[in-house]
Design a protein around this ligand. Structure first.
Ligand code: NI
Length: 149
């Protein structure tokens, strides 16, 4: 018998989800001139929408019994409950308490999503499985990656 898991194998699994949301990049603590300088048309008073693509990566060692790192069906359910339900078809400036008082850039969105998912995963997984990376594609060309540091 070839025991592939004779030694622990560090591995990564990734699940993608999409959600649509609106935001306005505007900082009320800055002058109108600074807001225009930093955010340009992203600061338009009525906001604009994005089709966000999120990639969530977990890390850990393969479970000897299941052969999985983590059941991706469970991760799918967690992402629907924690991310889609919270963010999809929302206005990020007004409707998401985790972002209240912050300019909803993709960077801050990535950190907020990290905090939400890290809390949830720590509550249900053993020490071997951890949230490794949150990556958000805001457009086809721009993405942000947060590793929890
Ligand atoms: Ni935008």
């Amino acid at each position: 018998m070839n025991d592939i898991l004779e030694k622990p194998r560090k591995i990564y699994v990734t699940r993608k989800i999409e959600f649509n949301a609106a935001h306005r990049l505007f900082n009320p603590e800055l002058s109108d001139e600074e807001n225009r300088l930093f955010y340009g048309k992203c600061g338009g008073v009525h906001g604009h929408g994005h089709n966000y693509l999120l990639e969530i990566t977990l890390s850990g060692t393969i479970d000897r019994k299941t052969g999985y790192l983590f059941d991706l069906k469970i991760l799918k359910t967690i992402l629907e409950e924690e991310i889609v339900a919270r963010f999809d078809h929302r206005h990020l400036n007004f409707e998401v308490s985790e972002l209240a008082g912050n300019v909803p850039t993709t960077e801050l969105l990535a950190v907020a999503i990290w905090e939400i998912l890290d809390d949830r995963l720590r509550a249900i997984t053993n020490q071997e499985v951890r949230l490794h990376e949150v990556r958000i594609h805001e457009t086809g060309k721009n993405s942000v990656t947060y590793l929890g540091e």
